[in-house]
Design a protein around this ligand. Structure first.
Ligand code: ADP
Ligand code: MG
Length: 221
């Protein structure tokens, strides 16, 4: 990803992004935000629902991980409880996102997270979820399976991210997503990311998001 020389530097957000997160970004070697990060991060930090469309490789992962980690950092205070759920269409994409999340939370000693994907032990995932891990990165089918068990308490969820939403629908997870969205607390922030816009994502936006949702599309310029 090429740096955009006129975009803001991460460290210009000292008042909005925690020291631990800024240190992690520095360790990862990033200085300036990409275009989509410049558009999304300030709005998401302010609590807005966001729909972001930007091509592959534009830096969407940090556009949601930074706000997610800041939301959780403000909520934690030593408490457990699942505050944010990030949904990815495939195990591979969920795993990649989980790895970047570990980089971003490396200096946040209290923040906990779990990867909840198909093909892995349900029981060990269930044990982790029952502890109330703060951030869950999941694939739709397995997440919904856990939502139907009493071990996973999702009533504290205040933030939902649907990453690669176009692929989530392409791969046939529309019904799982509807069920997941219906069960989560209504009073939450929702962010939807994809490389392309589609009719299915448009209809989900209407049902899952607040009316003043912010739409950002960096593919058009
Ligand atoms: P997308 O999800 O839009 O396809 P990613 O979030 O996977 O894109 O990011 C693509 C690449 O850009 C990754 O290798 C990532 O480490 C890198 N990257 C992300 N943000 C920045 C940044 N601000 N400056 C430089 N590189 C970045
Ligand atoms: Mg991505």
């Amino acid at each position: 990803m090429e740096e955009q020389s006129n975009n803001p530097k991460f460290k210009d957000f000292k008042n909005k992004i925690s020291k631990q997160t800024l240190n992690a970004i520095k360790t990862m070697g990033f200085k300036r935000m990409t275009d989509i990060q410049t558009e999304v991060i300030p709005k998401a930090l302010d609590g807005a629902d966001v729909v972001a469309t930007a091509k592959t490789g534009s830096g969407k992962t940090l556009s949601f991980l930074i706000p997610v980690v800041e939301i959780v950092a403000k909520s934690v205070n030593g408490q457990q409880g699942t505050f944010c759920i990030i949904v990815s269409p495939t195990r591979e994409l969920a795993t990649q996102t989980f790895i970047v999340l570990q980089d971003i939370i490396q200096y946040h000693e209290l923040i906990t997270s779990a990867l909840v994907i198909g093909g892995e032990s349900r029981r060990s995932q269930s044990i982790e979820l029952s502890k109330g891990v703060h951030i869950v990165v999941a694939t739709p089918g397995r997440l919904f399976d856990h939502m139907r068990t009493k071990e996973f308490d999702y009533k504290y969820v205040r933030c939902l991210v649907l990453d690669e939403a176009d692929k989530i629908f392409q791969y046939g997870f529309e019904e799982d997503i509807k069920q997941i969205v219906n069960r989560l607390p209504k009073n939450r922030q929702t962010m939807l990311f994809s490389a392309t816009q589609s009719e299915t994502t448009d209809s989900l936006i209407k049902s899952a998001m607040k009316e003043d949702v912010q739409s950002i599309n960096t593919n058009e310029d």
